[in-house]
Every structure is written in C-alpha cells, then in structure tokens.
Design a protein around this ligand. Structure first.
Ligand code: BDR
Ligand code: CA
Length: 306
C-alpha cells in the first residue's frame, strides 16, 4: 500500500477526501498536517481528529501547521462554503485524542524519512510545504499531488485564481520551484466531477458514523454551489479527486506536462501558468470514469463503526 501524508484545511471536500482515503485499499494514510484555509489550522486538526474518531481510527498522527499565510495573516476561512466550523455546522464532538505535538514541518520530515516512497497530498494552501521545502536537511518529497490551480479554466476566487493557490501564492511559488515530482489537480478537471442529490441519497444509506457525518455536512456545500456555480444542485469534488489521483484509483488520466509558475502581481495574483520544459511537473487535464462512483463504491465497501 502506498504511504500518503495529507496536508489539508479540513473543510467539507477535505473531509470527503480523508474518508475516501481511509476506505481506499491502495493507500495507507500515515499522517495528516493542517493549514489554514477553509477554516483555521487548529480547527482543521480538531475536525480531522473528530472524523478519524468516528471512523474508529486512533493511530494516525495529526499535527497543526501554519495559521498565517506568507503574504498575509489568516483572516477567516470560507464560512459561506464550508460553515463556520469548516464542516457544515454539524457540531462534531471533539475527539478524545489530542493532536500530535510536533510542528507540521517536523512530522512531514519524520514521515518522509521513514517512507522514502511517501506521496504528499496537499489539499489546502501550500504554506506548510513551502516551509518544509526551505528547512535545510529535510528528506525530499518523492511525489507531491496538489489540489490547486486553474489553467484553461477560470478561477474560483478571482477570474484567474483558485482558492488554495490564491490564499498563499508566495508559498505555492516556493513549492513549484522545487525539483519535486509534482502533479496538480486543478479546477480544469475538478469542476467536471460532481456529487448531486441522488449521490447524497446513496451516501445517506451507508451505515456508519463517518458516512452519516459526511452526509450531514453536504447540504451546506450543495447550497453554495446550487444556482451560483452549477445550474442544478450539485457540488464539485475537488479534494476527493486529487486524493484519487494520488491513490492511482482513476482510469485514463491525461496530463499536460510543463513547469508551473504562479503569478504574484496584483490583478493576476494566484494565477497558475504552465510552460514547456519540465517532465517533473504536470497538471491533470482529464480522466475517464466518475469520481463520485469511485468515492461511493469505496465508502460502501468499508465497514464503519456505527
Ligand atoms: C479548494 O479550496 C478549498 O476550499 C477546497 O477544500 C479545495 O481544496 C478548491 O478551490
Ligand atoms: Ca481543501
């Protein structure tokens, strides 16, 4: 099983991605580090620990990372998209287990050293990974998969920029300057993979405390998307799709190879562009099959504590 470390801003679609990864036989989640984005980094860790507890998972370390971004202080998440608590206002019970005391960068280094084949899956702003890249003597990241960016597709924060990159473009620029094997999963492909009301009904029928919590947080996310982003009631599966790419669970993934740059100037701040001349960086342009099908199949196949 492929070892995966998830760096995330737990968040509704982050929660779906984490649940998917717990149910995906091809991978083993060996750690989680959190960053501010959809909510603040400490809350993202608390959310992750609560979700893990619902899943009966008590041994995956969860460390808190950066609260503030490089270019600005964190100034509140996205309560209109993810709720004030980041998970749709569902009043998750606090986990009995505490977060890992190590700073996120230390946990990343520990896990990258222990697992030379570690995949790092970034589902939030790249603040922690930029700090990691700049720490001397750390183990290299074998493969980095990032949910982020928008190339031919328009942005979801500005006309150009996607939220994870827009929140901390300076950090993204540092990460994309590394000689790491990097795959971006941008809006170009995540906006094509959605979950609708019929999928929610199927999720609601899965027995277990974690699927129940996911089904409870989704209506708020659907409310945000319905009418505003999609004409009908459906939401994008950004982070679960990136998790499936990291797990190698999708068929027919097509990519565009090229070095990725991030625009930092006003007006285009957070815009991602790719140019020829790199075979270590790529962005996913398309896939065959259906992410929501993979998500629901995996969640249905696992037995969850009730
Ligand atoms: C990305 O931004 C966050 O709000 C989501 O969790 C996802 O990672 C989508 O732009
Ligand atoms: Ca996220």
């Amino acid at each position: 099983r492929r070892p995966i470390l998830v760096d995330c801003d737990t968040g509704i679609d982050d929660a779906l991605a984490l649940a998917y990864l717990l149910a995906e036989p091809a991978v083993e989640v060996v750690g989680v580090t959190t960053v501010s984005g959809n909510t603040d980094a400490a809350r993202a860790a608390a959310n992750t620990l609560s979700l893990f507890e619902l899943a009966g998972v008590h041994d995956i370390p969860v460390a808190i990372g950066a609260h503030d971004f490089r270019g600005r202080a964190y100034a509140g998440g996205a309560p209109h998209v993810h709720g004030g608590d980041g998970v749709g206002g569902i009043a998750l019970t606090a986990a009995a287990r505490a977060h890992d005391a190590r700073p996120a960068v230390e946990l990343i280094d520990h896990l990258a050293t222990r697992h030379p084949d570690l995949t790092v899956l970034a589902l939030g702003p790249l603040t922690n990974l930029a700090a990691y890249a700049e720490t001397s003597g750390v183990a290299a990241c074998d493969h980095l998969v990032v949910m982020g960016g928008a190339f031919a597709h328009s942005g979801n924060v500005t006309a150009w920029a996607e939220a994870n990159i827009h929140n901390d473009p300076e950090a993204a620029a540092v990460v994309f300057a590394q000689d790491w094997d990097t795959t971006l999963v941008p809006l170009d492909v995540t906006m094509t993979q959605t979950l609708d009301e019929a999928d929610l009904v199927r999720l609601e029928a899965i027995p277990g405390a974690l699927p129940r919590a996911l089904a409870a947080m989704l209506p708020l996310y659907l409310d945000f998307y319905a009418g505003r982003v999609f004409p009908d009631r459906r939401c994008a599966l950004h982070d679960p799709l990136a998790a499936m790419v990291a797990a190698g669970a999708l068929r027919g993934v097509s990519v565009t190879s090229g070095h990725v740059d991030v625009r930092l100037e006003r007006g285009e701040r957070g815009r991602t562009v790719s140019s020829r001349g790199s075979d270590t960086q790529r962005w996913v342009r398309g896939m065959k099959g259906s992410a929501v099908e993979v998500l629901l199949e995996r969640l249905e196949a696992r037995e969850w504590p009730v």
